[in-house]
Structures are given as structure tokens and as C-alpha cells.
Design a protein. Sequence first.
Length: 107
Amino acid sequence: AAFRVTPQPGVPPEEAGAAVAAESSTGTWTTVWTDGLTSLDRYKGRCYHIEPVPGEEDQYIAYVAYPLDLFEEGSVTNMFTSIVGNVFGFKALRALRLEDLRIPNAY
């Protein structure tokens, strides 16, 4: 997934990208009892590249990869809801927009 990210003042773009990856996959602001049941590393989204948007101040494209095990097999609705469902109200960002989503053939 490619997100256009505008971090809040003082938030580095790398931190904003990592926060989007976490919040759109396994991240939460609260402690939940299931945290100890599974290895979250297996399900974490990862921000693997960030680049500035040409001609736009303080805007970046954050590229996030997600493991297929995070989603219900074959459910594009589940995948889309997981990726964009809760992340858009994230306080570390002034603005966030999903620019591109590529679904692998294996899904």
C-alpha cells in the first residue's frame, strides 16, 4: 500500500510511516488480553520506503507491506477494512490518504 502522509509538526516522516504500518496492521493504543497469545511479528505491517512528494512541503509517500496471514483468505473486503479502517483518525498525522493498493495474485 502507498499512503500519502503529512506528519504533525515535530514527527519525523520515518516515524509517521512506521506508525501507519503498525496502526493499520497489529497496532493499538490499548493493552488487550490477546497480546500474549501470538507472535505479532508474523502479522505486522512494515513501512519499507518513504519518499518526499515532489513539489509538496512536508508530504511523503510511505510504502507499507503487509503479510498475507494478516487477512482472511480471499476476502478483499477484509483486507481493505484492515488497511484503511482505523488509521485515518491517527493523531500523529495531519493528513493521510491511500494512494495505491496492490493485491498479489497469491491472495
